[in-house]
Design a protein around this ligand. Structure first.
Ligand code: PMP
Length: 429
């Protein structure tokens, strides 16, 4: 038994499934999860000291790479002054101003402690503001695990084959209407059916929780138009895409303006943070200025704010956005070329610093249905062959891959060499 195996059997006795978040348990790929000891730059090191090139990056926030010196020093310096006050600090203003500057559709922002809280609170706000109950989400999109949003969800829910969860009352779930991603007709029909009842549409602007599915040209704009036509609000959930698909988020990349944006992960640079923000008039509808209640003891936590500030300040430096996209493209095109060389049917999607790989002979993968037709068994084989060679991919065929600025050309080359070997073995298996 190696250390990870030991830890896993110990953990299973006191933690359900041995993990504090389901996908970490490797249910989607089988085998023992790798227990992490430390991380640095593009690498994570497991409890046995083995190094992996990491394409999970804590599921997104590590855009600068792990343990970036600017973030680490901001965290240490701030921690010396106290860990939490439950009272306002100037750091919160600095981060709010920076977020508003980077994402122009955000005029005001409220900090929370996770992406789940961000989307849950944003949904409540749209319901309170519009005085409507129903919401539209898309099949395969994941927006955290609040009751309204755990209906036909992606990510771990999809990996475990439970896209809708017991424990969500049917009376509650009936207000969540689901449409097909990249199928505007399905949204039109839903609005026609409930013209006066829909408070908001929430969408991942690049779906990253059913692998990686970019929006079709014009899809997000058409959503915007439908929302305007029916008096519904548009929430763009940039928990994954924010500062990653582009510095101003996927909304900047695709040129669409939401009413509200939800953010997470990245704005904490690895600390627990989320946020939601948008039009002033709507944001002022939350407490204490408005009637919609929302709160949090640890919201705007000083260490998380300092980490987020350091992270975004580094990220916005010239050239970073472009480099992140270039490194992602290098990896994506490299993988596709190798799969082609070995005659393995393969599709790769990528945008900004996100990518997704699919084992399939379909010409493209741009819908939930197409994702479900991909060969999850082949993915499992590939995942384990890469893991053995020290490349850590997301342990599920339904999760996106994440590039960081710490990934060097050499790291990408090493990854491609591993993939070359993996594909060769898969062909002969
Ligand atoms: N929205 C999106 C798009 C996400 O990808 C996630 C988590 N991966 C969430 C919301 C929920 O964030 P958290 O896990 O921080 O609650």
């Amino acid at each position: 038994m190696n250390h990870s195996e030991n830890f896993f059997s110990q953990a299973q006795k006191v933690i359900p499934g041995g993990v504090n978040s389901p996908v970490r348990a490797f249910n989607g790929v089988g085998g023992t999860p790798v227990f992490i000891d430390r991380a640095e730059g593009a690498y994570i090191f497991d409890a046995d000291g083995k190094q992996y090139i990491d394409y999970v990056g804590s599921w997104g926030p590590m855009i600068l790479g792990h343990n970036h010196p600017a973030i680490l020093s901001a965290v240490l310096k701030t921690a010396e002054k106290g860990l939490s006050f439950g009272a306002p600090t100037p750091l919160e203003i600095d981060l709010a101003e920076l977020v508003c500057q980077l994402v122009p559709s955000i005029e005001m922002v409220r900090m929370v402690s996770s992406g789940t809280e961000a989307t849950m609170s944003a949904i409540r706000l749209t319901r309170g503001y519009t005085k409507r109950d129903k919401i539209i989400k898309f099949e395969g999109c994941y927006h955290g695990h609040s009751d309204s949003l755990l209906v036909k969800a992606g990510s771990g829910a999809l990996t475990l084959g439970q896209p809708s969860s017991p424990g969500v009352p049917a009376d509650f779930a009936k207000h969540t209407l689901t449409c097909e991603y990249n199928n505007i007709e399905s949204v039109k029909q839903t609005f026609e059916q409930y013209p006066d009842d829909i408070a908001c549409v929430i969408i991942e602007p690049v779906a990253g929780n059913m692998n990686c599915i970019p929006p079709k040209a014009g899809f997000l704009q058409q959503l915007r138009e439908l929302c305007d036509q029916y008096g519904a609000l548009l929430i763009i959930d940039e928990v994954m895409t924010g500062f990653r698909v582009a510095l101003g988020g996927a909304q900047q990349y695709y040129g669409v303006t939401p009413d509200l944006t939800t953010l997470g992960k990245v704005i904490g640079g690895g600390m627990p943070v989320g946020a939601f923000g948008g039009k002033k008039e709507i944001m002022q509808y939350i407490a204490p200025t408005g009637p919609v209640y929302q709160a949090g003891t640890l919201s705007g936590n000083p260490i998380a704010m300092a980490a987020g500030l350091a992270c975004l300040t580094e990220l916005k430096k010239a050239g970073n956005e472009q480099r992140l996209a270039e490194q992602t493209e290098k990896l994506a095109l490299g993988l596709k070329a190798l799969a082609d060389k070995h005659g393995i049917p393969f599709v790769v999607n990528y945008v900004g610093g996100m990518f997704g790989i699919f084992f399939t002979d379909q010409p493209e993968v741009s819908s939930y249905q197409q994702v479900m037709k991909c060969d999850a068994e082949k993915f499992k084989q590939f995942f384990h062959k890469m893991l053995e060679q020290g490349v850590y991919l997301a342990p599920s065929a339904y999760e996106a891959g994440f590039m960081s600025l710490a990934h060097s050309d050499e790291d990408i080359e090493r990854t491609l060499q591993a993939a070359d070997k993996a594909f060769a073995e898969m062909k002969t298996a």
